[in-house]
Design a protein around this ligand. Structure first.
Ligand code: FES
Length: 197
């Protein structure tokens, strides 16, 4: 999809620049209304205006390109987890590699936890089992977390960060991923989103 969009954008911009150049050339050689050819001054003015237009068009194009929403199903966007992947209460969490989160299901509901350690940012893997004091452990500096992402050891300053969760009527779970997770100082039941399979 993105390469196609780039190709279309290139064709449109290329065509616009070519048309502008042709217009400038015509202005330079075409007789004016008074029957005289365009003066050198008018040519320079038109050329300057044309160059300014091209630079502005490129700036606007670059701006639009930068802000064009191109993330779907990737980290930074909302990621859907089908009902078949949602873990049962107390089961090992579902891991979304592209979304960088664990979806855990405790007695209060669902928690989507950012896999990035809040200490120095290493990826925290699941080490299980769910009822062990240490369910996730950072391999870099040893921070440990229980099933709900609460710190149980190591240098991390807080529990694992959360992502917002919403649930569709058909049981599909949507996790809003972001480089900035939702910070918390401890686990509270309100953080979990109730889920009916
Ligand atoms: S980065 Fe947090 S303990 Fe390793």
């Amino acid at each position: 999809m993105i390469p196609v969009f780039r190709t279309i954008l290139g064709l449109v911009l290329g065509g616009a620049v070519a048309r502008l150049a042709a217009l400038l050339a015509r202005l330079h050689v075409a007789p004016s209304r008074t029957g005289r050819r365009a003066t050198r001054r008018s040519f320079v003015r038109n050329a300057a205006l044309g160059a300014t237009g091209v630079v502005l068009a490129e700036a606007v194009g670059g701006f639009l390109w930068f802000w064009w929403p191109n993330k779907t199903g990737a980290f930074g966007s909302e990621i859907a987890v089908p009902p078949s992947e949602v873990p049962a209460v107390g089961a090992p969490p579902f891991e979304s590699t592209e979304g960088r989160f664990f979806l855990a299901h405790n007695q209060d509901g669902l928690l989507a936890m950012y896999t990035k350690c809040p200490h120095l940012g290493c990826k925290v893997p699941w080490v299980g089992p769910p009822d062990a004091p240490t369910a996730y452990q950072c391999p870099c500096h040893g921070s440990q977390y229980n099933y709900n992402g609460e710190r149980t050891g190591g240098p991390a300053p807080r529990p694992m960060d959360l992502f917002a969760v919403r649930v569709d009527a058909d049981g599909t779970v949507h996790v809003q991923t972001s480089p900035d997770g939702i910070q918390r100082s401890a686990y509270a039941p309100e953080q979990a989103v109730p889920y009916q399979a």
